[in-house]
Design a protein around this ligand. Structure first.
Ligand code: NZQ
Ligand code: ZN
Length: 380
């Protein structure tokens, strides 16, 4: 087992009827709350009214309208509000996009620098406002990790990184709040959570750690099983609960213990698809990941075979890739660039864009532009 540091300070309330605890948890951090939410879903499902009611003893400053694939301009507006009103704590109610924007606001609110400097590695995050989350969309794991991703529209760059100060202090995970997620978003979230595990599984430098492998395999198998149920039966509590907890664990750090290897190459390439074409992150992953697997068939033979055997009960790498693709299709994901109308002629531009992130994520050596282009050609 390789050396590791494991740290995850987020307190989790999981289950039905847990939101009653929200005021008590929020009050530990102050009375002025920046309430961050997305476009319309929390109003549609009645959650907005519930939150306003729960927060009647707090001063609320609203910051709604966070876009899926959140953008820097809206983040900067949130930072301005947080500074002007001197808020004490941020409440993020929504999916990964809302939580990610809240994290960037939490950093910007306590800094004199422009927040994008941190994304480009020009400054180190030392502090952030406390964040509490109420999760409504399953997939990113942002509710229980220190990562976040923002798109700089001007630079067409979708960058993300991790910073300890933005771990949510408390996250509320009520699976009933996810009954309304439509089948396509349910599938994209499942693929996102799955690949948070599988990318580590395939790229680990030490394939022989029973405990961590077992955790990873169990998460991947559960996601495959319960995603199929959730897309057909949106109100199935067991399916929503299993997916929700799998997703939170998937990127919580628990799967990195002892196996080494933290690279997420399909994620690195996908971020360019969602930056340039504004497609859902999980949809982009469903397209890029099989292409990456095909390209890496020989180089990652050991871990891809381990994956085929232990996750899909198949005897060869090729059969494992096919089984994975069949699952993606079964839950309704696109698996080719053409299905989201991205033409072959765009590949050089996508690869160039992805290479910028490869440099920031220290992956440039293994993934020069030409390699990224080859992988993308296998996604046509
Ligand atoms: O904007 P609203 O109206 O709220 O609608 C959202 C959005 O359209 C809707 N939705 C959310 N909860 C719902 C619901 N619809 C019905 N019922 C509900 N209960 O779902 C749509 C997608 O939401 P979004 O938050 O964008 O999705 P997701 O959670 O997948 O987040 C995606 C973002 O997170 C980043 C992605 O790149 C992308 O920008 N990631 C963040 C990571 C992290 N922080 O660790 C890691 C990931 O790899 C990922 O990169
Ligand atoms: Zn992801």
């Amino acid at each position: 087992m390789l050396n590791f540091v494991y740290f995850n300070p987020t307190k989790v309330y999981f289950g039905k009827n847990i939101l009653d605890k929200l005021p008590k948890e929020l009050s530990k951090y102050g009375k002025k709350v920046l309430f961050v939410y997305g476009q319309s879903s929390i109003k549609r499902i009645g959650l907005y009214d519930r939150i306003i009611d729960l927060l009647k003893d707090f001063e609320i400053i609203e910051h709604g309208g966070v876009k899926p694939n959140p953008v820097l301009t809206h983040t900067r507006e949130g930072i301005k509000k947080a500074k002007e009103h001197k808020v004490d704590v941020i409440l993020a109610v929504g999916g990964g996009s809302v939580i990610d924007e809240a994290k960037a606001i939490a950093i910007g609110a306590l800094s004199d620098r422009d927040v994008w400097d941190y994304f480009e590695g020009k400054a180190i995050v030392e502090k952030a406002l406390p964040i509490i989350t109420v999760l409504t969309m399953v997939g990113t794991g942002s509710e229980m990790n220190s990562g976040f991703v923002i798109t700089n529209e001007e630079k067409k760059a979708k960058f993300g990184f991790r910073a300890e100060p933005v771990f949510p202090k408390v996250s509320f995970l009520d699976p009933t709040l996810t009954f309304t997620i439509p089948p396509d978003q349910t599938a994209y979230g499942a693929v996102d959570a799955f690949t948070h595990v599988s990318e580590v599984y395939w790229n680990k430098t030490n394939p022989d750690v029973d405990i961590t492998n077992g955790i990873m395999e169990s998460i991947m198998k559960s996601i495959v099983k319960w995603s199929k149920v959730a897309v057909l039966e949106p109100g199935n509590y067991r399916a929503r609960a299993e997916l929700m907890w799998c997703s939170s664990l998937a990127l919580s750090g628990i799967t990195w213990c002892g196996v080494g290897g933290l690279s997420l190459p399909a994620h690195m390439i996908e971020h360019s698809l969602s930056a340039l074409y504004d497609i859902a992150h999980g949809a982009g992953l469903a397209i890029v990941t099989p292409g990456w697997m095909k390209y890496m068939k020989e180089k990652r033979k050991t871990t891809l075979l381990q994956f085929a055997k232990n996750v899909f009960s198949k005897d060869s790498v090729d059969e494992g890739i096919l089984a994975f693709e069949n699952w993606l299709k079964e839950i309704g994901c696109p698996t080719r660039l053409s299905e989201v109308n991205i033409p072959e002629k765009d590949i050089p531009e996508i690869a160039k864009n992805a290479y910028e992130l490869a440099k920031v994520w220290n992956m440039a050596e293994e993934y020069p532009v030409e390699t990224i282009e080859e992988i993308l050609k296998l996604c046509l």
